[in-house]
Write a protein that binds this ligand. Structure first.
Ligand code: 48F
Length: 257
């Protein structure tokens, strides 16, 4: 007697994957917001906008979204957050321990809860293994991104990319600030570059530096400190969460206008 009453043959596996993936990718050709970089700031921004009813596409070049969260500090898989963001941890169901007036969290629980919230939200399409290689522009506004498969990019193959469009685009690519750097190649933009490590300063600055860089192009997370010269910081994440929230508010305001 067979274990499975309805065996799934290889042909069906291939057909279902193609049908459902390509349907999602086709829907992502036009969204309200494209979030590039599924680290903490990007995931929180995407989720906050999705909760407001916006259609959000999240892209990450790596196989596993979550950015710099997973490894904790020097591979010790704990991260630290300020008590002020306990409500955000509660919102995502992330368990924490309070110690010395700060919150200690498992980096694995933190990353996976944020990813799950975004990946399972009906208003979010999340694609891994997709690299943003350029920006799309219409009438002096940023109106989308140019994408390619990460393996094609890594292999240096000459394969033309594809465009996804949106009303606004977020650069949450972390230290590299990829989208803002691409923008600055074509248009005049002062970039100060990230400063030395100082968590106390950097955590304040990352929220202050979260902003619209050019019409339709927003920056959050470490990318924001790279653009405006804020400090680098280690495995402390309150600023990243608040930066994502702030970016969501700014983007919603821009789209409504
Ligand atoms: O670096 P990352 O986690 O961004 P973040 O939200 O958070 C920073 C912290 O993790 C940490 C810190 C803590 O205080 O300082 O660094 O600013 O995640 C950035 C994501 O962007 C993806 C990358 O794979 C990562 O998951 N990414 C980078 N470049 C591209 C990209 C690209 N060109 N296309 C798509 N994704």
């Amino acid at each position: 007697m067979n274990v499975f009453s309805q065996p799934v043959h290889d042909v069906k596996v291939s057909r279902l994957i193609l049908r459902h993936y390509l349907q999602e990718l086709e829907e992502a050709v036009e969204s309200d917001i494209i979030v590039t970089g599924a680290g903490p700031s990007g995931l929180v921004c995407a989720y906050t906008l999705a909760e407001k009813g916006y259609k959000v596409t999240v892209l990450d070049r790596r196989i596993a979204p979550g950015g710099g969260i997973w490894g904790g500090s020097m591979s010790f898989n704990k991260v630290i957050l300020q008590k002020d963001v306990a409500d955000i941890l509660n919102q995502f169901g992330i368990p924490y321990t309070e110690d010395e007036q700060a919150l200690v969290v498992s980096s694995v629980a933190f990353a996976s809860k944020l990813i799950f919230a975004a990946a399972s939200h009906p208003n979010i399409k999340l694609f891994n293994l997709i690299t943003v290689v350029d920006l799309h522009s219409t009438e002096n506004k940023i109106t989308g991104v140019v994408i390619n498969n990460s393996a094609i990019e890594m292999g240096g193959l000459h394969v033309d990319p594809m465009v996804l469009t949106a009303k606004a685009v977020l650069d949450s690519t972390g230290h590299d600030a990829v989208l803002v750097n691409l923008y600055s190649k074509r248009a005049k933009l002062e970039m100060t570059k990230e400063s030395f490590m100082n968590a106390t300063k950097g955590e304040e600055e990352v929220v202050r530096n979260t902003r619209m860089v050019a019409p339709g192009l927003f920056v959050a997370g470490m990318a924001a400190n790279n653009v405006d010269g804020g400090c680098r910081m280690g495995p402390i994440f309150g600023g990243m969460l608040l930066s994502g929230k702030k970016a969501a508010g700014l983007i919603a305001e821009y789209i409504q206008k």
